[in-house]
Design a protein around this ligand. Structure first.
Ligand SMILES: Cc1cc2nc3c(=O)[nH]c(=O)nc-3n(C[C@H](O)[C@H](O)[C@H](O)COP(=O)(O)OP(=O)(O)OC[C@H]3O[C@@H](n4cnc5c(N)ncnc54)[C@H](O)[C@@H]3O)c2cc1C
Length: 396
């Protein structure tokens, strides 16, 4: 994409930021504008796979991936700072949805390890996530287990080891819609270990029995694909938490990171808003600027207000997450639901204000139009967020 993302709107969400966050917001926004935005906008899956790796190196070298891990492993704070991750995703998503995805997966793959991993597995992977030398994956979804995570059929069978070999698990099954499939250095993987229990394992991407089945091509370039586990053996030390903790690990991870999806949606909406504002200011029809027409003004007013409301919900949820407040589940679900639906509308309005230019494939707003759609689906669809919100409302 080719235009400056501008400076972040810190004032609206200042109540949820520390002084350090304000500095971070400015520096990550400048970085995204100078280093990420000028990257070529790739338009096919193969190029996206190559560029995702390049972006990881750039993010790692600049230190941004350190925010995905705790201080003991190269990060900056004892707990992963969700507010910081939101600021980073907001800035990256405004510059490049692909760069946002790369950073998002470092968080998604690493957080379960940070929260539930033993020291050995933490030492093995988290420093590499932090410096960008390892790309993370998160392998939960299956063909018949999307929203209904508990329906998964991938199995992990335990063995006790022999002849001095550590006990472990043999994983069989396949996963679909996996970001970084075929690219990731490890997959934080969910599998069934009993009739009613799921467990979580860290599986190296190069382990014997991990097979990249193939890419799934999206409308916006994104390294998505299917992977299969075929008699893939991992040691017991690769298990996160206790056997049977997998569902809780997955849901806790999503609770903590949903505000970051909301932040990415806000970043995309903010970029679309900037593009629409610039066009409405410069483009003249019927002898005046588009910005002089009340119908354009109405759209811009609605876009700005909706975006500000979403950002408030987003940073409120992120703040609750780092402060350890109750109500994180409710706030996270509200933020993701509101912001991703908002971003869809705002990007669509931006396309409308740009007219024909807005559907030219090379235009950033067209790219955003294609990229923003998936946010209402991944990490829990809008309908699932509504169910979570309703469950919390009616909780005794
Ligand atoms: C770009 C992208 C990246 C992704 N990356 C990953 C990844 O890295 N790792 C991973 O594990 N997964 C990933 N996913 C998968 C994603 O999490 C799932 O697509 C999502 O959870 C929805 O599952 P599904 O697609 O099977 O839809 P389904 O669950 O089949 O849902 C279809 C429709 O039915 C609705 N629905 C389902 N259940 C209910 C209900 N109880 N009440 C009302 N409506 C309902 C849904 O809201 C949706 O509208 C990714 C998906 C996309 C699009």
């Amino acid at each position: 994409m080719t235009r400056s993302t501008g400076t972040p709107d810190i004032d609206t969400v200042a109540a949820f930021l520390d002084a350090g966050h304000v500095e971070l917001a400015k520096s990550v926004s400048a970085f995204a504008t100078e280093k990420i935005e000028p990257l070529e906008t790739v338009d096919d899956d193969a190029q996206a796979r190559v560029q995702a790796r390049e972006i990881l190196q750039i993010l790692g070298a600049a230190g941004w991936c350190r925010y995905a891990v705790p201080a003991d492993f190269g990060g900056f704070s004892d707990r992963v700072d969700t507010v910081a991750c939101c600021l980073i995703r907001e800035a990256l998503a405004a510059a490049s949805p692909l760069a946002d995805s790369v950073f998002a997966l470092q968080c998604l793959g690493a957080l379960p390890i940070a929260l539930y991993g033993n020291e050995e597995i933490q030492r093995q992977w988290l420093p590499k996530v932090a410096d960008g030398s390892a790309m993370a994956g998160f392998a939960m979804t299956e063909v018949n287990a999307g929203s209904d995570v508990r329906a998964m059929t991938t199995r992990a069978e335990r063995d006790d080891g022999d002849d001095g070999h550590e006990g472990g698990y043999t994983i069989n099954g396949s996963k679909t819609f996996i970001t970084n499939a075929g690219l990731a250095d490890f997959y934080t993987t969910f599998a069934r270990t009993s009739e009613d229990g799921l467990s979580t394992f860290v599986v190296p991407g190069g382990a014997r029995g991990v097979r990249f089945v193939g890419a799934q091509i999206l409308s916006a370039p994104h390294p998505l694909g299917e992977i299969a586990f075929e008699a893939c053996r991992v040691p017991s030390s690769a298990r996160l938490g206790q056997e049977g903790d997998g569902f809780e690990i997955g849901m806790t991870t999503l609770d903590r990171l949903r505000p970051t999806v909301a932040a990415a949606a806000c970043g995309m909406a903010a970029r679309a808003f900037d593009e629409a504002k610039q066009h409405a200011t410069n483009r003249r029809q019927f002898g005046r600027q588009l910005s002089r027409f009340q119908l354009t003004q109405q759209k811009m007013a609605r876009m700005a207000t909706d975006l500000a409301a979403s950002r408030l919900l987003t940073f409120r949820a992120a703040r609750a997450s780092i402060d350890g407040e109750t109500g994180v589940t409710l706030r996270s679900a509200m933020s993701k639901y509101h912001a991703t639906e908002m971003a869809q509308r705002v990007v669509d309005d931006a396309v409308q204000i740009l007219g024909g230019v807005g559907v030219l494939k090379k235009h950033p707003v067209d790219h955003l139009y294609r990229a923003v759609r998936a946010l209402r689906i991944y990490e829990g669809t809008s309908e699932i967020q509504q169910l979570v919100i309703a469950r919390e409302i009616f909780r005794d």
